[in-house]
Ligand binder design. Structure first.
Ligand code: SAH
Length: 355
């Protein structure tokens, strides 16, 4: 039975699904889920990410985290964690770039939070020579200093959508219309979690809520507040989300999110304000939200690109310059993608970011 047929059956029996339930089934269903069954990255897949564009990305993240580790007095041992490591490329580049940082590798216990068995296998190959452990959930991270990176992880966490109706909210649901999956609206109800959005929204506005993002951030922030560390959260989105950002990507093209359950990548923009407030409530400081291009420039991506170009053929040099542009230029990924740093004050913020 296809995932579409399974979902239709479930809706017939139990009624419409929240967007979060639909998204979770499409991405992580044990048999048909998008991430569970495949490697979605790269030219042959559905989308490309910053670490897959250039080694410079993971290298600079690595040096930033190593600096944060030194700034906090070189805690040993510490957890070096990545959420949703994809092919393991970022972690491999990070580890190569930090080889010369005295004591860093010896102190690091590598932890990869990854839901997809298919991607875990690829990560194990990419990181052969290291001994990472794989965790199902952020809750399983040990209680000790935590240095962490999450690139394009939070955008994959299931969201719910609500449309304002007076001072009440109607949830956007996935139901059936003529036997096909279709969007609908639930009854108008009060939503305590959206109380703070009443002042800045109007009748008919759509807002998104990502409960799992808040759970994850609380877990991270609690560990950093108690034991030290630093976190870099990189994703597309803005300080505060307004409007429908739920989207499907199939073979590098935008698609209808209901058209092929389990076959397309489903994402939503990250509401960084929600993450920042959650971190603060758990006792951890956060940095200003910073565009990826500015962050990478501050970390020295231009000097790194120049060093890599030296001694290369024209063709290789062009591709390095092209990658630099894609990662930093405001019309490419430089502005759409943002970086939020988490750190336990009074430690300084991670390099490249301001408190
Ligand atoms: N960070 C990588 C991959 C981004 S794709 C890169 O930049 O290239 C999203 C990653 O998050 C994949 O590895 C996917 O399997 C993982 N993922 C998605 N939802 C998850 C969840 N709920 N728990 C753990 N991993 C998840």
């Amino acid at each position: 039975m296809s995932l579409r047929a399974l979902l239709i059956e479930r809706i017939r029996q139990d009624g419409p699904l929240s967007l979060a339930d639909y998204m979770a089934e499409c991405l992580l269903h044990p048999v048909h889920g998008y991430y569970t069954t495949r490697d979605p990255l790269g030219a042959a897949g559905d989308f490309t990410t910053a670490p897959e564009i250039s080694q410079m990305f993971g290298e600079l993240i690595g040096l930033a985290l190593a600096q944060a580790w030194m700034d906090e007095g070189r805690p040993t041992p510490f957890t070096l964690a990545e959420l949703g490591p994809g092919r393991g490329t970022l972690m491999a580049d990070l580890l190569r770039a930090t080889r010369a940082v005295a004591g860093f590798h010896d102190a690091a216990r590598i932890a990869l939070v990854e839901a997809s068995p298919a991607l875990r296998r690829i990560q194990a190959e990419t990181l052969s020579g290291h001994t990472p452990s794989w965790l199902d959930r952020v809750e399983d991270l040990p209680d000790r200093p935590l240095l962490l990176v999450a690139n394009e992880f939070f955008d994959a966490l299931p969201i719910r959508q609500f449309i304002r109706d007076g001072d009440l909210w109607r949830e956007r649901l996935v139901g059936l219309e003529n036997g096909k999956l279709a969007f609908g609206l639930g009854a108008a109800t009060p939503q305590a979690a959206l109380e703070h959005r009443l002042p800045d929204t109007r009748d008919g506005d759509l807002v998104e809520l990502c409960a799992p993002a808040q759970t994850v951030t609380t877990e991270l922030a609690r560990r950093m507040a108690a034991h030290g560390g630093a976190g870099l959260i990189i994703d597309y989105g803005d300080w505060r989300s307004l409007g429908d950002t739920f989207q499907a990507l199939h073979r590098h093209e935008m698609a209808d999110p209901l058209a092929s359950p389990g076959e397309a990548d489903l994402t939503a923009h990250v509401d960084f304000e929600a993450l920042a407030l959650t971190a603060k409530n758990a006792g951890c400081a956060h940095t200003k939200l910073t565009p990826q291009g500015i962050f990478l420039e501050r970390l020295g991506i231009t000097a790194r690109a120049q060093a890599l170009v030296r001694g290369r053929t024209d063709k290789e040099a062009k591709s390095i310059i092209h990658a630099h542009r894609r990662l930093t230029h405001p019309e490419e990924m430089g502005n759409l993608f943002k970086v939020l740093g988490l750190f336990p004050a009074p430690a300084p913020p991670p390099p490249g970011l301001e408190p």
